[in-house]
Every structure is written in structure tokens, then in C-alpha cells.
Design a protein around this ligand. Structure first.
Ligand code: SAM
Length: 326
């Protein structure tokens, strides 16, 4: 069965259409094997419950559990939290966000990859509706301390507890990871925050751009271009674009491209094909890898076009469809 994935869903997503009804949204980030997610769905029959996860095994196991449970108010989405928050959810649209035991490998040097960081927390707060709730649990004391500081600095949130965190929440359903942490004697830290009325930074939904292409003429053949190809990596602000490989097809050149943007990573094919007029080429994203037309994809196609045209003084761009990007 085709999984629901942030790469395939509309940006923003129409949750009412997916669930077949309008209802408050409850989101769990990184649901693992789904115990807590199913509990949320059972306890909140009047809510639409959405689980976000990146690990295939977890997605499949939890999809199976949902099917067997007969619950219709819960769906799992293959997505990083970052992509879902920025691309799928509208501002002030979520009633509850639950994060249970994120980043078990937490080390200071991994700080750029951890879930609890300013940009992601700002996105969570922006997507919570007034009175919406954010729950976090962790068994790593350094992670708890770091999160306590970050949450306390977040104007749009009010602590629902009397202390920064508590070490027990009676009646709470225990997740798989939590059970192991408890058996191994690690102390858990639980946070509960509420979205207050303080205005928060604007975090716009990142929508898809029109598809991009570049048309150029060049005296060079595809074989000559392929011969000149070598790996390239470009850092453009917060986007990293890598041209990994080039392959020759029957009447095409295929470039394997990796695009790392702050909210989404894409591994796609950019295809060079002939136009009807000899010496003219079109460069555009192929369907391999299901590319989404982001600013990064536009940058990648534009840079690859510039590189191909730069290979010969007699080559020039005829026209393009590129978002102005710096
Ligand atoms: C330590 S496990 C905890 C799983 C579950 N919440 C539990 O308590 O048993 C962390 C989970 O978060 C998922 N994960 C990690 N980074 C993520 C991200 N950026 N977005 C969504 N899920 C993520 C992992 O695949 C993993 O299943």
C-alpha cells in the first residue's frame, strides 16, 4: 500500500478531506511503534489524530495496529516533523502536539539535528491554536535541561506545571521507549505547555512553486557534456545542493541531485533532453524521486543550467522558468 507521505500530499494538506470530517487536530511526532498514538485516538474520538514518523518499520507496524483496531480517526504520515510542520499544517490549526522521547542519541555535537530547537519550536507554536497544548517527554537529563531553557524563552507558551518538568505523570500510557527507560532505571522528564495569546513569529506555510525548467542551446553534444561532469557541492545560504552523478540514457542525460533545504531534503533526477531544433536542450526535473518544486529545486536546475551553458562560449540560455533566488 502506498504510504501517506509529506512528499506526496498537497502543501498545505486538507486534513478535513483525509479524515472525511472537520475536527480538532492532535499530532504526535516520532510515534515509534504507535502505543501512545492509538491511545490518543481512542481517548479523543472527536479529534483527528495524526502521527508523524520517518522510520519505515514503525510506520508499517503502526499502520497494521490501526487497521486491526478499527479506529478511523487516526492516520500516520511518513514525514519528518520539520517538513510536516512547515509544509502540511496551517498556522493555528493544531490542538495538541505530543513529542515522546525524541533524539535518543542526543549529544551536543548533534545539536543541529535535534528536534527541540528554536526554528522547529517556533513552527510548533505557530501551528498550535490558542489554548493548544504541547507535551514533551525525555529520559535524558541534558535534553530536559536544554528543552526547559528553550521552552521558558518561548513567549507564546505558558507552563502548565508548577515546575519546569515533573518526573511522573500518573495515569499516562507508557510508550515502548519509556518502558525500556524505566526498566533500565532512567528518570523520565515530562513537560506540559499551553499556547497563550502572545503573538508569535510568522511561520508561513511553504507551498509548492510552479515547476521549473531551463531551455538553452549549445554546440556541445550530450556525450561531451557528460565527459566534463564531475561531483559538485554548492552551499547557497541555508541550502546545500549536490550534483552527485550524471548518467547517459538513450536520448537524455540524467543528473542525480541531492537538495538539502532547512525544511526538506530531496534526492531527485534532473533530466536534459533534446528539443526539436538541433543544438537546443531542455533541462527539468524528472519524475524519478517524486520531486517537489521548492526554491531549492529551482536553484538546482538553474545552477545546473548555468554550468552546462558555461561549458562552451557558444552556448546560451534561451529562456527559463526559475524563481528568482539568491
Ligand atoms: C526514541 S524513539 C521514540 C519512539 C516513541 N515515541 C516511544 O516513546 O517509544 C524516537 C522516534 O522519533 C522518530 N524521529 C526521529 N527524528 C524524527 C523527525 N525529525 N521527525 C519525525 N520523527 C522522527 C524516530 O524514527 C523514532 O521512531
Amino acid at each position: 500500500m502506498q504510504k501517506l507521505s509529506s512528499f506526496r500530499l498537497p502543501w498545505p494538506m486538507n486534513w478535513t478531506e483525509l479524515f472525511g470530517r472537520e475536527a480538532p487536530l492532535i499530532v504526535e511526532i516520532g510515534f515509534g511503534y504507535g502505543t501512545f498514538l492509538l491511545h490518543l485516538a481512542r481517548e479523543n474520538p472527536d479529534a483527528n489524530v495524526i502521527g508523524l514518523e520517518i522510520a519505515n518499520q514503525c510506520l508499517e507496524a503502526t499502520e497494521g495496529k490501526i487497521k486491526r483496531s478499527g479506529l478511523t480517526n487516526v492516520h500516520v504520515i511518513q514525514s519528518t516533523a520539520e517538513t510536516a510542520l512547515h509544509h502540511l499544517f496551517e498556522p493555528a490549526s493544531i490542538q495538541q502536539v505530543h513529542i515522546n522521547f525524541p533524539d535518543p542519541w542526543f549529544k551536543k555535537r548533534h545539536s543541529h539535528r535535534r528536534l527541540m530547537q528554536r526554528d522547529t519550536l517556533d513552527a510548533i507554536v505557530n501551528r498550535l491554536q490558542a489554548g493548544g497544548l504541547l507535551y514533551l517527554a525525555t529520559d535524558i537529563v541534558e535534553y530536559a535541561e536544554m528543552s526547559a531553557e528553550l521552552l521558558a524563552e518561548t513567549g507564546g507558551l505558558t507552563n502548565r506545571l508548577e515546575t519546569a518538568w515533573v518526573n511522573a505523570l500518573p495515569g499516562r500510557v507508557v510508550t515502548k521507549y519509556e518502558g525500556r527507560a524505566q526498566r533500565e532505571g532512567r528518570i523520565c522528564h515530562y513537560f506540559a505547555y499551553e499556547r497563550n495569546a502572545t503573538p508569535v513569529p510568522d511561520v508561513p506555510v511553504i507551498k509548492e512553486l510552479d515547476m521549473t525548467h531551463v531551455v538553452f542551446h549549445s554546440p556541445l553534444s550530450m556525450d561531451a557534456m557528460l565527459e566534463r561532469f564531475e561531483f559538485q557541492e554548492h552551499k547557497l545560504g541555508d541550502t546545500v545542493i549536490s550534483f552527485l552523478q550524471a548518467y547517459r540514457g538513450n536520448r537524455v542525460l540524467l543528473f542525480e541531485v541531492y537538495i538539502k533545504e532547512p525544511t526538506i531534503d530531496q534526492h531527485v533526477a534532473v533530466i536534459l533532453s533534446y528539443r526539436d531544433t538541433p543544438g537546443e536542450y531542455t533541462l527539468k526535473a524528472g519524475t524519478l524521486g517524486y520531486p517537489r518544486s521548492t526554491a531549492g529545486l529551482h536553484k538546482a536546475v538553474g545552477m545546473l543550467g548555468d554550468w552546462l551553458v558555461g561549458l562552451d562560449a557558444g552556448a546560451a540560455i534561451l529562456h527559463d522558468k526559475l524563481k528568482e533566488t539568491s
